[in-house]
Design a protein around this ligand. Structure first.
Ligand SMILES: C[S@@+](CC[C@H](N)C(=O)[O-])C[C@H]1O[C@@H](n2cnc3c(N)ncnc32)[C@H](O)[C@@H]1O
Length: 248
């Protein structure tokens, strides 16, 4: 298995990818959620949005969280259009989002050419109760396909996923659980290539390599690109280490 991690802007890099060079797109873009006013959009960082004030961790901020609704939709559409071009027939796209941005994300997916095929709940048991109303314990994975699903594959996946955000050893503010990503990457045929234009700390890539898929990622933040590089390298060389044992 192998991986390529591009350091830079997702849209710029995607434009340089050859046609039909990846077999699945699994990604977790900056949600750009909750920016109701201009000052909220420009004044609140990802940390301010997604990290509670009494949080135990002090993880780095990340860029790309200041778009309003309309520019988020056109930007995501352009991105998913390039991802569509770079994907093979039958490829599946899976895009993480939250309840606020779910309508925008499904619009962008369809405008980019993908056939929207469903929205999968990701339920996080370790989340806070809300006084006076329902607990906000879910995010969503909007998914679609280029053409039709490959019905020749003997593949059956769950329609919802349950796992809390990683706590121990957490390295990214919005890190996704690798155990969920390992199930999602099954949509890519074994030996194929998974694309994640918003790699973050590399959870999609780690899962892809672990499950016998290649990985192409893009990350704009130099800090998180370093984190992803370390995790991807460790995953790829883990078998060598297991076989050889620790150096004495
Ligand atoms: C929601 S996080 C992804 C977290 C990832 N799923 C994980 O488990 O670590 C989105 C990532 O996209 C990166 N990003 C923001 N704008 C970007 C852009 N224009 N091009 C590439 N990466 C970008 C951010 O730095 C951030 O790390």
């Amino acid at each position: 298995m192998s991986y390529t991690l591009h350091r830079g802007d997702a849209l710029t890099v995607l434009k340089s990818l050859p046609d039909e060079s990846v077999n699945a797109v699994i990604t977790d873009p900056p949600y750009n959620s909750g920016g109701r006013t201009s000052s909220e959009r420009t004044g609140r960082t990802a940390r301010a949005k997604y990290v509670t004030s009494n949080s135990a961790h002090d993880l780095a901020n990340f860029p790309g969280e200041n778009r309003d609704q309309r520019s988020y939709r056109s930007w995501l559409t352009e991105l998913l259009t390039e991802a569509y071009r770079a994907s093979t027939e039958h490829a599946v796209a899976m895009v993480f989002t939250d309840w606020r941005q779910e309508p925008t994300t499904t619009d962008a997916l369809q405008m980019a050419g993908w056939t929207w095929s469903g929205t999968l709940p990701w339920i996080k048991p370790a989340s806070r109760p809300r006084k006076g109303g329902p607990k906000q314990d879910s995010e969503f994975i909007v998914w679609g396909v280029k053409g039709s699903l490959d019905h020749s594959r003997d593949l059956y996946l769950p329609g919802h996923y349950i796992a809390s955000q990683p706590r121990k050893g957490r390295v990214h503010i919005t890190q996704k659980p690798v155990e969920i990503m390992q199930q999602l990457v099954q949509v890519c045929p074994e030996g194929g290539t998974v694309l994640d234009p918003f790699t973050g700390s590399g959870s999609t890539g780690v899962a892809a390599l672990r499950e016998g898929r290649n990985f192409v990622g893009v990350e704009l933040s130099p800090h998180y690109a370093d984190v992803a590089e370390q995790r991807l390298h460790a995953e790829l060389t883990k078998d060598d280490f297991d076989l050889a044992g620790p150096e004495s």
